[in-house]
Design a protein around this ligand. Structure first.
Ligand code: NDP
Ligand code: GDR
Length: 357
């Protein structure tokens, strides 16, 4: 075993897992990730940091496993002997959790319990402290009981996903209090990036903007445009995860920007970036509604700011622009190294460049 700090990440192939891995590698960690066996590759987001494990300098290692498979989680934990665990793995789509509630509960709720049980046994047997981060969510506030939401606001989950996250949250608190584990809950509000999954609302919009400009898509079908979310930048949010595990005492923290915006505002800015009017393209489709909606989320990040020294660095407007820009670049509509955020593009020029005008 090397003397380096070792981190074990579930959900390493996801948006947050990829940014967290980059950050930990930069800090000198050895990073181990659990990946699921899939019939096609699912490692796009981490391919750029992956190195052949035969290389003696390799510091990123992947292990097959699943949060629904407790035996494997134990085996990986014993093998890796991590100093820190980041539990980011989840069926993380709220709408999908209504279609697949049992699986969501198993992976999100029971998966966390399985990991905590494995950790508790490992720590008791070896005496090695392992610090644990649980990826909690603002969805746990659901039908909100206070505005803005802080660590003391009661939960009122409104989806199978959110119910499972509440279960995982309280198990994490319970293991901290019962067995003295260094276990922290991050209560993270929505955070986005060019690596956001394509079916979450922000990326769905920015990807559609680029595809519309390229002439590859004519309409964008959407659900509830009235919902309000506190949207931040994913790269900022993984720093908060790490900071939580560097404190003297384990605790729970809200991570948010403290601003809220309607889905409609996101549409307006994203389409406006390429001088298009969103009303000309967006159509309603009820299939994107949820049986119960979370209408308004706005977080109070005071505790994270004062105790962790954490700050968000990207504004809502910058976030929209950097996502639109990345999707335009991905389709070759602006040069990969060209343009910085906040440059308003002329869509006629882009269409011409794309040969679609
Ligand atoms: P993603 O959906 O991008 O990534 C989820 C990750 O979990 C993927 O690596 C996925 O693997 C993995 N996964 C899914 N099911 C299982 C399973 N059964 N066993 C093991 N791994 C599994 O999520 P994000 O990166 O956006 O979010 C990270 C975590 O933070 C999640 O737990 C999410 O619920 C939570 N969260 C996210 C917020 C956000 O705004 N992004 C806000 C608050 C909380 P694969 O690639 O194979 O599908
Ligand atoms: P959310 O994110 O449910 O907040 O969960 P999502 O982007 O899916 O929805 C945000 C809001 O937009 C509305 N909406 C649509 N959503 C999607 N996906 N597709 C649409 O077409 C559409 N039209 C309107 C939704 O109704 C909702 O109100 C995310 C996930 O990352 C969770 O894992 C995480 O815990 C929370 O953020 C914090």
């Amino acid at each position: 075993m090397s003397e380096r700090k070792r981190a074990l990440i579930t959900g390493i192939t996801g948006q947050d897992g990829s940014y967290l891995s980059e950050m930990l590698l930069e800090k000198g960690y050895e990073v181990h990730g659990i990946i699921r066996r899939t019939s096609t590759f699912n490692t796009d987001r981490i391919d750029h940091i992956y190195e052949d494990p035969h290389n003696e300098n390799a510091r990123l290692f992947l292990h097959y496993g699943d949060l629904t498979d407790g035996t494997t989680l134990r085996r990986i934990l014993e093998h890796v002997q991590p100093h820190e665990i980041y539990n980011l793995g989840a069926q993380s789509h709220v709408r999908v959790s209504f279609d697949a509630p049992e699986y969501t509960a198993d992976a999100v709720g029971m998966g966390t319990l399985r990991l905590l049980e494995a950790l508790r046994d490992y720590q008791q047997r070896t005496g090695n402290e392992v610090r644990f981060y649980q990826a909690g969510s603002s969805e746990m506030y659901g039908k909100v009981q206070a505005v803005p939401q802080s660590e003391s606001t009661p939960f009122y989950p409104r989806s199978p996903y959110a119910c499972a996250k509440v279960y995982a949250h309280w198990q994490t608190v319970n293991y901290r209090e019962s067995y003295g584990l260094f276990a922290c809950n991050g209560i993270l509000f929505n955070h986005e990036s060019p690596r956001r999954g394509e079916t979450f609302v922000t990326r769905k919009i920015t990807r559609a903007v680029a595809r519309i400009v390229a002439g590859q898509q004519k309409k964008l079908y959407m659900g509830n445009l009235d919902a309000k979310r506190d949207w931040g930048y994913a790269k900022d949010y993984v720093q908060a995860m790490w900071l939580m595990l560097q404190q003297d005492q384990p605790d729970d923290y809200v991570v948010a920007t403290g601003e809220t915006h309607e889905v409609r505002e996101f549409l307006e800015l994203a389409f406006g970036y390429v001088n298009l009017n969103w009303q000309d393209y967006v159509e309603f489709d009820e299939r994107y509604l949820r049986p119960a909606e979370v209408d308004l989320l706005i977080g109070d990040p005071t505790k994270a700011k004062t105790q962790l020294g954490w700050q968000p660095s990207v504004s809502f407007e910058q976030l929209v622009y950097l996502m639109v820009e990345a999707d335009l670049k991905a389709l070759g509509l602006i040069p990969l190294n060209g343009n910085s955020a906040q440059t308003v593009l002329d869509h006629a020029t882009i269409r011409q460049a794309a040969g679609t005008s």
